[in-house]
Design a protein around this ligand. Structure first.
Ligand SMILES: Nc1ncnc2c1ncn2[C@@H]1O[C@H](COP(=O)(O)OP(=O)(O)O)[C@@H](O)[C@H]1O
Ligand SMILES: [Mg+2]
Length: 441
């Protein structure tokens, strides 16, 4: 949606000025009236009349001012853009000649200026963003349309978050309200279940069907486990079955008590068993869905709920492949993961992988590119980011200082590269993960 086109070519009714002039006119009228009454009569009656008129004048002023402000607000963006076109000479004038009679009845050639061409803008506004579209109409202004970042930012006094240069227009995304971090210790911010959408805070909504599989990377202490715990609750809240592989046997592994022994693994053998279980389930789902084929359907149409295979610290597991036998095990698990990554979406089976460091041995780039949501927590080198985001690595990397902050890239979000993001804030003192989990099971 790009809204109505704004240019100098349209006749433009300046209601704000009309209102203002009308108001001045009314005020003069009131004053003249008061003076007349004052001069022509005397006594208590005239005093009362003048007071009354003054009262009415104040009332009219108040009402009109309110109305005027409403108009100003409603037309604010349009007015600013019209001003912008004028102030930056983003229009062309021509001269129009016409034959007219003068007051003696003689024909005369009259020349008048008119606007022959103008840059065209449109806009869209949400609570968080103002997107200004500068249209490229293959005219004198086309080249300029991609160079308005500074000007538009100054025009509205808002920072430009992103510029998207398309074939026929340039989008300027101006930030009205900076994105806010989700605070999980605040009950009202615990997301309401709305289909499979998960609010990740900071203006990001994640849906596994639109964007299957998640990669979370970051050094020790960067917040991987805290974020994964948050996601676990969100998955379970959406009726998903969760399998957990935790080769470091940290907090996640200890959830077997609540989620079930058979779904949680910490040893290589057990991890292989869990992955096998998930792959088998995926094959069964496919077999069933093929036997009951419905064109364009997915798992939800067959009443399957999502399955999440959560694999924390994948690098640690791969490093466990030291002898021939354990290497085989690692290969088997990686092969299973690969199948889930490539084929899981249709059958509702997704994986969430965390790793400290990514390299070609952890996951090759083909597989990596099939992980729809990729997050790098904590500060990283630009080579490190490149391993995670590939061509979506931003040129300028913002400073990352907050705990749990990092860069996020979501396929299909329209963003060209990874951007700054803060993971949902979990106040360990207030938030009881196990208690929340128990409520859901
Ligand atoms: N989203 C967050 N909200 C609040 N504290 C966080 C968050 N992420 C990380 N932390 C803090 O950082 C510590 C380490 O996070 P953790 O998830 O264990 O790191 P990792 O698993 O990457 O080694 C946590 O114990 C917590 O104190
Ligand atoms: Mg951890």
């Amino acid at each position: 949606m790009e809204g109505k086109e704004i240019s100098l070519l349209d006749r433009y009714t300046d209601w704000y000025s009309i209102m203002k002039n009308l108001e001045v006119f009314l005020h003069i009228l009131f004053i003249l009236l008061m003076i007349t009454i004052f001069l022509t009569s005397a006594g208590a009656w005239s005093f009362m009349l003048v007071t009354l008129i003054a009262y009415v004048a104040i009332l009219v002023h108040k009402v009109m001012k309110k109305k005027r402000n409403r108009i100003a607000k409603k037309h604010f963006i349009k007015d600013r853009l019209v001003y912008f076109i004028k102030a930056n000479s983003l229009y062309e004038e021509g001269i129009r000649e016409s034959e007219q009679r003068d007051n003696q009845g003689r024909w005369k050639t009259v020349r008048e200026k008119y606007i022959s061409n103008s840059a065209v803008f449109s806009y869209e506004q949400t609570d968080r963003k103002l997107i200004v579209y500068a249209h490229k109409n293959a005219d004198n202004f086309t080249a300029k349309m991609s160079q308005l970042e500074e000007g538009l930012s100054a025009l509205f006094g808002l920072p430009v978050e992103r510029v998207v240069n398309r074939n026929t227009l340039v989008e300027y995304h101006l930030v009205i309200a900076p994105p806010e971090r989700l605070d999980v210790s605040v009950i009202s911010e615990i997301s309401m279940v709305d289909g499979l959408d998960i609010n990740l805070g900071y203006g990001v909504t994640y849906n596994p069907v639109k964007c299957p599989h998640i990669l979370v990377s970051g050094g020790t202490g960067s917040g991987k486990s805290v974020f994964i715990s948050f996601l676990l609750l969100e998955f379970i809240r959406r009726e998903s079955t969760v399998y957990i592989c935790d080769p470091k046997a940290s907090d996640l592994g200890s959830l077997s008590h609540y989620i079930g022994d058979e779904k949680i693994a910490t040893t290589p053998n057990n991890i292989a068993r869990v992955v096998r279980l998930v792959v088998t389930e995926m094959k069964e789902r496919y077999a069933f869905m093929n036997a009951n084929f419905k064109y364009g359907s997915n798992f939800a149409d067959h009443n399957y709920s999502p399955i999440w295979l959560v694999f924390d610290e994948m690098g640690a597991f791969q490093a466990s492949g030291t002898d021939k036998k354990s290497k085989e095990l690692v290969n088997e698990v990686m092969d299973g993961l690969k199948q889930v990554i490539l084929l899981g979406r249709q059958s509702g089976i997704f994986c969430l992988i965390s790793a400290q460091q990514m390299n070609a041995n952890t996951l090759n780039t083909d597989l990596r590119d099939n992980l729809g949501l990729r997050i790098a927590l904590g500060a990283n080198s630009s080579e490190g980011y490149r391993m995670i985001f590939g061509s979506a690595t931003p040129e300028n990397i913002p400073p990352i200082e907050t705990k749990g902050a990092g860069l996020l890239y979501m396929q299909g979000s329209g963003e060209e590269c990874a951007k700054y993001w803060e993971s949902p804030y979990v106040d360990m003192k207030k938030f009881d993960f196990i208690a929340e989990l128990k409520k859901l099971l």
